[in-house]
Design a protein around this ligand. Structure first.
Ligand code: NAD
Length: 288
């Protein structure tokens, strides 16, 4: 991290992601002060005793006052409200960044609030998480050796971009840049669609099974495939509403391919089935 010691870092939303960022930055000793704000008084009361922040503010305005960097880590559908409030406040030269899992929706909310994307706004998304949520799940090591994708826009200030990259690197993350539209398309395919399949499969099986008896016979494959169906339902609702177009494209492509597999099974087409499974096995073996 090369741009020097940071004065005040403010984290808005002290859940799994915001709390982990705040805690990691606090432990790094890089910031003069890490201040947090959360709409939930329970999270506000726990954040200091859990060592997540140095102090909490009772409201958003108090939290962002004098901040050098503001990290927004609220659920995607809450971003719009927080950004609209921030646009009414005097933020000085503060760099603003976010961790929203979809980027188009957050940038749309920024435009709605500020009229245009300010040069000191840096959209970001850490590819790290867990099935846990809330301030008690905050973990300073959460981002170590994980990718963080920043999706700068044409007008993004390079100094602000460098500063946000530096903060993630302090937490041990591997920062990459990506075009915003590419981010939402890639994540729809590699993260959103798999979560949809896991949620849907478990829901289908659960609704067919008396007293969930069927899960007694579930083996490792089922466990591996459906682990992500234990993820936070509210967060995932937000993601599908926020990334609707890209998710639908990905889902349509998958539905077409699944229909072909169905036909192959129906017609006893061994060659087609073997083709799909062999290609998938070889593709899967290319990443660890
Ligand atoms: P979380 O539920 O653990 O935390 C969200 C926090 O925001 C909660 O403490 C909640 O009280 C607070 N909050 C809600 N509305 C608020 C408001 N208006 N003002 C202030 N605080 C408010 O969720 P999380 O997993 O930390 O997710 C936060 C963001 O990170 C989301 O935008 C999500 O898309 C993104 N993200 C999550 C993951 C993941 O795997 N969990 C991974 C990458 C990015």
């Amino acid at each position: 991290y090369t741009t020097g010691k940071l004065g005040r870092l403010t984290v808005v939303g002290l859940g799994l992601i915001g709390g982990s960022f705040a805690k990691g930055m606090r432990e790094s000793g890089l910031c003069g002060e890490v201040i947090g704000y959360d709409a939930d008084p329970v999270a506000r009361n726990l954040a200091v005793p859990l060592g997540v922040v140095d102090g909490v503010a009772a409201d958003l305005e108090g939290a962002v006052e004098g901040a050098d960097v503001i990290l927004l880590a609220v659920p995607i559908l809450a971003m719009e409200k927080v950004l609209a409030q921030l646009a009414q406040m005097s933020l000085g030269q503060a760099v603003i960044t976010d961790v929203g899992s979809t980027k188009g929706a957050v940038v749309d909310a920024v435009v709605k609030a500020f009229g245009a994307v300010p040069a000191n706004f840096v959209p970001g998304h850490p590819i790290a998480g867990s099935e846990r949520s809330g301030v008690e799940a905050a973990n300073a090591e959460l981002f170590q050796r994980h990718k963080v994708i920043l999706t700068p826009l044409e007008g993004t200030d390079p100094v602000a971009l460098e500063q946000v990259s530096g903060l993630w690197q302090v937490l041990g993350a591997d920062v990459e840049h990506m075009a915003l539209a590419d981010h939402d398309e890639v994540l729809a395919a590699t993260s959103h669609l798999p979560h949809l399949l896991a949620f849907s499969l478990v829901d289908t099986l659960a609704s067919r099974s008396e007293n969930l008896e069927i899960f007694r016979y579930a083996a490792g494959g089922f466990r591996d495939f459906t682990r992500i169906a234990a993820s936070d339902p509210t967060m995932w609702r937000d993601i599908f509403l926020a990334n609707q177009d890209a998710v639908l494209r990905s889902l349509d492509a998958f539905t077409r391919d699944l229909a072909r597999v169905r036909t192959a099974i129906e017609e006893g087409d061994a060659t087609a089935l073997l083709g799909v499974f062999t290609r998938a096995k070889s593709a899967r073996e290319h990443f660890s």
